[in-house]
Write a protein that binds this ligand. Structure first.
Ligand SMILES: [Zn+2]
Length: 193
């Protein structure tokens, strides 16, 4: 994430930014700003509303077409894997930020990337989610088999340890009440095996 110095953060009179937003030294990330007030492109003079994307140039704000970024598509943040893949697959990408008045800083909103890179990233993420789903189903089936095996082994262990319970026709397996006797009070009392 580029570091944007506090001294270029917008104030009430400039609202979005009236000076070039610098990225972190050495950072190759292009920065695009989602405006928080109407603005005009310094090159083509077209008018834009709040939320429209601009880049800062020495001459002032530029619309994406004038900045040669018009072919890029906006991908909102929220899916880190999708964002990472789209960015990796795009020959040109930019980070979209917007000034937060509440937090007094620019916050990342998403990226701009090539349309086909986003589409490819979406396909890859879809395949991944299908693979994950199939793995979940396999794990669930395996757990059922393991549970059944555990119950069977537990039952065998009970039978071998308490053969009387088995041969007397009483079952002490899971879900079956243990054999009880009723004493004089009518209250069932456990029977020692
Ligand atoms: Zn323009």
């Amino acid at each position: 994430m580029p570091i944007i110095p506090d001294d270029v953060a917008p104030n009430d009179s400039t609202m979005w930014c009236d000076r070039a937003v610098k990225t972190e030294p050495g950072s190759s990330e292009l920065l695009v700003i989602a405006a928080i007030k109407p603005w005009a492109c310094a090159s083509c003079t077209a008018q834009f509303g709040r939320g429209n994307l601009l880049t800062m140039d020495d001459a002032g704000p530029l619309c994406l077409d004038c900045a040669d970024l018009g072919h890029l598509e906006y991908l909102p943040r929220g899916d880190a894997a999708l964002t990472r893949r789209a960015k990796r697959g795009s020959r040109l990408s930019a980070v979209v930020v917007q000034w937060s008045r509440a937090r007094q800083r620019y916050e990342r909103q998403g990226i701009l990337a090539e349309v086909q890179a986003i589409a490819q990233a979406e396909r890859e993420c879809l395949v991944d989610s299908e693979v994950r789903e199939r793995r979940r189903e396999r794990d669930a089936r395996r757990r059922v088999v393991e549970d059944e095996r555990f119950v069977a082994e537990f039952a065998d262990a009970i039978r071998s340890r308490f053969p009387a319970a088995h041969t007397s026709g009483q079952s002490v397996l899971l879900g079956t009440p243990a054999p009880v006797a009723v004493d004089g009070s009518g209250v069932p009392a456990p029977v020692a095996c």
